[in-house]
Design a protein around this ligand. Structure first.
Ligand code: MTE
Ligand code: LUZ
Ligand code: MOS
Length: 751
């Protein structure tokens, strides 16, 4: 347990928003939400609610001094509904009271007069009615029109994947304080303090410097707080601003599940053409993304689906179209993988179905089409330092894939009720925000006169260990004990205009900024040391384990003496540094460019055992060869890989979001929404691919947060194979999640 943050968590010492000591006079907020999926507000009656004991005020859209608008990419989402209601769980009013119970009780007494309108929940239906968030986008390469005649096999089909609840442990939370000069300070559980700052400023009609946002840590985000932490912070901000009192808004779990968006469900059509030898000649795909009621991050997520629609494969002729469909569900949002997993599930389904038609193992087709060095992706970037095949081949050798296959076969030949299946899942994920301008970060490093170090960056610690990595970077550059280095909260007054902690790139971007800031100070320190030692040249000076060395000879100057002297000599012991990813670009008029700094590669082998009497399954193992670059914290990186794999398997199998025909979420508690637990978790073997130094990452590492999520997709196909071993007449279907209920229904179905 070397990760300092985790050690604090285990001891219960880490502070989340709800743990922060609160000032006197704190008020509590409860939100009043829409109960219908589509309609018009005719009137809002607050009379009864206002009479509840302890109620201080109730705010509706009329009370917003600025622009009632929280949309980021598209300005299409109100903070509080004025007259249009577009989903169940849409905020309409905020009740402020002396405690949470009174606030809630009052919220229940708000009365709405409504006109109901017909609602749409299905993406394809929305597309038919031309209810789109943005115009469709198409990525293409080669020509799919001319390619089909070259193919020996043409296979068509449909693949659907479901929504997924983020289930971060800390629900959406914020505390807002009025501050001197009419400003506001907000403590928020957000992945994006700058978005909270910008939106709150717009809502309150303040300039951004009057809104300070501070984030100590986030109790899990997984993308669910990239955009959707904002409205709660802005609501607390609005109330604190109006009442000149501190206001706390913590969503109860059930409200959080009902009112926030999830991973986007997708429904997709594919057509794939192959030669007899298994090489894929052409691939056409249309993605219908269920965006929910407003844009949120959907257009960016849609784009990443297109970027990753060919996963780890080279396909010469491609036409991929993605359609973002507006429905009457809560706006769906970022979730680990950001549309990538949805795209990859479809190509994997297409390959799986082709394998059945051709009578071969899907792995044969997968392997034959793996990317080679310098192969071009449909978006114009070339696969460089492409480790796809290396991870695949190493996984085959290291985990004895032939033995896995023969063991599965033997097991299936000798068991009637239990069946096993295995699948191979390669992944390829691009690192960088696909919106080029977001690839920037900064760091502010101070060394105090006693030699202790304080670092602020834009990175938000949310369990992924980015703070530990930042500390490591500083400790490594100064060559001091990591205990001397502290990471501070992320605060908009120290770190401005930051991008969200997302796209797996927080350690890369903020780590690079930290590296530069530390190197700036280090240079000054070396010069100071040279002066102290009476040298006119600092090039021979080195810091090692808290001691100054001159030409590799130990001196009696140590870190604390060096810092003290530097401070007395009026040397600047602080540095602010900025990093922007170089050499990336993307042209949306041509849909071509080099959007990613680099790609992450890997291969997993997944094994499952299926109980064909009950339809339940247990993943036996996930065996991975993963390209971590040159990891500088194997403990954190392994933890990220393991967590992502389990989350990916959950999405593909047991996690099922259900709405009723009115758009009301049915799976809004942990008794109805099943997520992986420790018993679900398979044995995992994770191999770090050697000689994988990444020239573009911090300390030659690669980003780790999201890519391993997509290994989970293999879980779906492993189960399908086990099902086929039981029921040879099974017609393959690609409709995730593959819940035990769905398995059972299909095990006994005769086609
Ligand atoms: N790990 C934990 N424990 N908690 C989280 O919320 N979020 C994931 C991933 N790993 C998350 C996590 C997501 S969606 C992303 S984008 C990355 O962490 C973000 O952090 P990074 O950029 O530092 O990898
Ligand atoms: N967020 C974002 C992301 O705004 N842009 C991205 O490209 C992205 N990718 C992955 C996860 N979050
Ligand atoms: Mo992660 S979906 O980029 O927050």
């Amino acid at each position: 347990m070397k990760n300092y943050d985790i050690l604090q968590h285990v001891k219960g010492e880490s502070q989340f928003v709800d743990d922060i000591l609160v000032p006197e006079g704190l008020l509590y907020a409860a939100v009043y939400y829409s109960q219908i999926a589509h309609g018009k507000i005719i009137s809002i009656n607050l009379d009864k609610a206002e009479k509840i004991n302890g109620v201080k005020s109730i705010f509706t859209s009329k009370d917003i001094p600025g622009d009632n608008q929280i949309g980021g990419i598209i300005q299409d989402e109100e903070l509080l509904a004025t007259d249009k209601i577009e989903f169940i769980g849409q905020p309409i009013a905020i009740v402020i009271a002396d405690n949470q119970l009174n606030a809630k009780a009052a919220a229940r007494l708000i009365n709405l007069e409504l006109e109901k309108l017909p609602a749409v929940f299905d993406a394809r239906k929305a597309a038919k009615n031309n209810l789109l968030i943005v115009p469709p986008r198409t990525f293409s390469q080669g020509s799919t029109e001319d390619c089909w005649s070259e193919c020996d096999y043409i296979v068509e089909g449909q693949a659907d994947s479901g929504a997924q609840e983020h289930l971060y442990l800390e629900t959406q939370s914020a505390i807002a304080y009025p501050v001197e000069g009419g400003g506001i300070k907000i403590i928020s559980s957000t992945q994006s303090p700058t978005v909270v700052q910008k939106v709150t400023a717009r809502i309150l009609n303040l300039s951004m410097h009057k809104v300070e946002v501070d984030v100590l840590r986030v109790g899990g985000g997984f993308g669910g707080k990239e955009d959707q932490a904002t409205s709660w912070a802005a609501m607390a901000g609005l109330a604190a601003f109006k009442l000149k009192k501190p206001v706390k808004l913590i969503l109860p779990r059930q409200e959080d599940m009902r009112a926030t968006g999830k991973r986007h469900p997708y429904s997709s059509d594919f057509k794939i053409g192959l030669k007899k030898d298994g090489s894929i000649i052409g691939y056409e795909v249309t993605f219908y993304q269920n965006a929910g009621a407003s844009a949120d991050l959907s257009p960016a997520i849609l784009e990443r689906t297109l970027f990753h629609c060919t996963n780890s494969y080279y396909i010469p002729n491609i036409k991929a179209t993605a359609i973002s469909c507006k429905t009457n569900l809560p706006p769906n949002t970022a979730f680990r993988g950001f549309g990538g997993p949805q795209g990859m599930f479809v190509i994997e389904s297409a390959i799986f179905k082709s394998a059945e038609v051709m009578g071969v193992d899907p792995a044969e087709i997968q392997k034959r089409n793996l990317l080679n060095e310098n192969d071009e992706f449909p978006y114009g970037q070339k696969a460089e330092n492409c480790n796809t095949k290396r991870t695949w081949e190493k996984a085959e050798r290291l985990y004895f894939i032939n033995k896995i296959r023969s063991d599965v076969k033997y097991f299936n030949d000798t068991n009637d009720i239990y069946k096993k299946g295995s699948a191979v899942m390669p992944i390829c994920f691009g690192i960088s925000f696909t919106n080029t301008s977001m690839n920037q970060a900064s760091a502010l490093v101070h060394i105090y006169s006693d030699g202790s170090v304080s670092i602020s960056t834009a990175a938000i610690e949310m369990g992924q260990g980015v703070n530990e990595k930042v500390r490591q970077i500083a400790a490594e550059i100064f060559s001091i004990d990591i205990g001397k280095v502290k990471t501070e909260s992320t605060n908009t007054t120290r770190i401005a205009n930051s991008s969200p902690t997302a796209a797996s790139s927080a350690a890369d971007l903020n780590g690079k900024a930290t590296e530069q800031a530390c190197n700036n100070i280090l240079l000054r320190l070396k010069k100071t040391a040279a002066e102290i030692l009476g040298k006119n040249n600092f090039e021979s000076i080195k810091l090692k384990n808290g001691i100054v060395y001159d030409s590799n000879i130990k001196t009696d100057l140590d870190w604390s003496k060096l810092i003290k002297t530097a401070n007395l000599n009026r040397v600047n012991l602080s540095s602010h540094s900025f990093f922007a990813t170089p050499d990336i670009c993307f042209d949306r008029t041509k849909e071509k460019g080099k959007p990613f700094a680099y790609h992450v590669y890997g291969t997993a082998i997944i094994e499952v055992t299926l109980d064909c009497l009950r339809g339940i399954y247990k993943f036996d193992s996930v065996k991975v060869v993963h390209d971590f670059g040159k990891s500088f914290n194997q403990l954190i990186d392994r933890g990220q890989a393991e967590g992502a794999i389990v989350q990916g398997l959950g999405w593909m199998t047991i996690e099922e979001i259900m709405y009723d025909d009115q758009g009301q979420l049915l799976t809004d508690t942990l008794s109805t929404y099943k997520v992986p637990d420790i018993y679900f978790t398979p044995e995992m073997e994770i191999d770090f691919l050697e000689n994988a130094e990444n020239p573009f990452g911090i300390f030659k590492s690669k980003a780790i947060g999201e890519p391993p999520f997509m290994y989970g997709i293999g879980g779906y196909f492993a189960i399908l194979k086990a099902m086929k071993a039981f029921n040879q007449q099974l017609d393959y279907f690609f409709n995730a999640p593959l819940t035990p209920e769905k398995v059972l229904m299909n095990l006994y179905r005769k086609s």
